[in-house]
Design a protein around this ligand. Structure first.
Ligand code: KG4
Ligand code: ZN
Length: 378
């Protein structure tokens, strides 16, 4: 079954054709990062306009890269929630029109489900790596399992299997969400932990701004941290009950520590702090912050595993799952291939495939709504 996945929830315009939920035939992502690096963050109206400009060429390229015509496509999947209103509108209106025009069933997919299902995808890089130069790690599997994920297989799981096993815990870490989910089976989601305020990706982005590092903050912090000493500054871990998180306190703690380090009062404009920091101080703050954020995520995952001893796998998902420190620290978890951690159409198609397997029905293309803030449990 070949599904065309379309994703436009934030600042990436993406389309992909995926076969049977696991095999990526094409994966086209046009990022607006260059536009928003200038502004230091996403401007929703600009994002929507950019989606509109490129969405049809992106979909055409996804079909041609996959050597598909519309006749080969069995279904269209599109992100309808959550995300930026204007961005979601462009993706869904395009998908609705194409579904009607080409008479294809249309499926509406929640963005966080898609991130989670990136863990079932074969990565395109590993498929394209010539056999002779393949690294010594596991090779792509005919059963459709993610080979990188297999390398990080959960030691809790005795039997060798390429895909995550249920019940599982999913750590969803993106620009808009930080949640721990318990999944009893495909397409069954129970939120067991969530952030009370900022998402961890948002915190990476805000701390990067304080340090004068470019948008998006996650990759900039990770890069700066490579030259830093994570022991130079100590940052507090917020005390939050249960499996919930809070990241706004950590952001403020970085702000206060920077103010103290450069000797200015708390009333000093935060956007001017970067001019008072040396390159080494920026690197050290980046390293200390990254370590603290990763430690907080890992502590809660450990606690979640203790509270759910039946769990057979752990998966990580969302833009922050590209972070190498997190990958090292959560070495027992499945991670998507790094190129599939961020927003893409392949994960939308994968999630749709498993929804169809779970009995989810197509939506009415004449009446599909968008939901900028709806929970994955709905
Ligand atoms: O999933 P995503 O691409 O978009 C949303 O659904 O929000 O996540 C974007 C977030 C941004 O906050 C970005 O700074 C963060 O993921 N991110 C990272 C890394 N790469 C992207 N955070 C930490 N380390 C990274 N390497
Ligand atoms: Zn995302």
């Amino acid at each position: 079954m070949k599904i065309l996945g379309i994703e436009t929830s934030c600042d990436e315009t993406a389309a992909s054709v995926v076969e049977d939920g696991v095999r990526i035939l094409s994966n086209v992502v046009v990022s607006q990062i260059d536009i928003f690096a200038e502004y230091g963050g996403v401007i929703p109206e600009v994002a929507a306009r950019s989606h509109l400009e490129v969405i049809l060429p992106v979909i055409d390229k996804a079909l041609s890269d996959a050597a598909c015509t519309w006749d080969d496509i069995d279904a269209i999947a599109v992100t309808h929630a959550p995300g930026l209103l204007g961005s979601l509108l462009i993706g869904t209106l395009t998908a609705r029109t194409l579904a009607i025009l080409h008479d294809k069933p249309l499926y509406a997919v929640h963005h966080l489900k898609s991130h989670i299902y990136a863990n079932w995808l074969n990565s395109r890089e590993s498929e394209l790596t010539p056999l002779g130069s393949r690294p010594s790690g596991p090779s792509p599997r005919a059963d459709g399992a993610n080979p990188r994920a297999a390398a990080l297989r959960n030691p809790l799981e005795e039997s060798i299997s390429g895909s995550p096993s249920f019940p599982l815990l999913a750590l969803v870490v993106s620009g808009g969400h930080t949640q721990i989910l318990y999944m009893r089976g495909h397409n069954q989601f129970e939120i067991i932990g969530t952030t009370h305020d900022d998402a961890v990706g948002e915190c990476f982005d805000k701390v990067a701004k304080i340090l004068g590092l470019p948008y998006p903050g996650g990759p900039s912090i990770a890069k700066a941290a490579l030259e830093g000493d994570d022991d130079r500054y100590s940052l507090p871990h917020p005390k939050v009950a249960g499996l919930d998180f809070s990241f706004s306190g950590l952001k403020t703690a970085v702000l206060r520590a920077v103010q103290k380090e450069v000797g200015v009062p708390i009333s000093y404009p935060s956007h001017l702090l970067k001019d008072l920091l040396s390159e080494q101080q920026v690197a050290d703050f980046a390293a200390a912050f990254q370590k603290t954020a990763v430690d907080i995520l890992c502590e809660k995952m450990k606690q979640a595993l203790i509270e759910h001893p039946d769990v057979k796998s752990v998966v990580a998902a969302g833009g922050v799952s590209a972070n190498q420190e997190l990958r090292r620290a959560l070495s027992e978890a499945y991670f998507p291939a790094p190129s599939l951690s961020g927003d893409n159409g392949a994960m939308v198609a994968a999630a749709c495939y498993f929804e169809i397997q779970s009995g989810v029905k197509p939506v009415n293309p004449y009446a599909l709504n968008i939901y900028p803030r709806i929970s994955i449990e709905n």
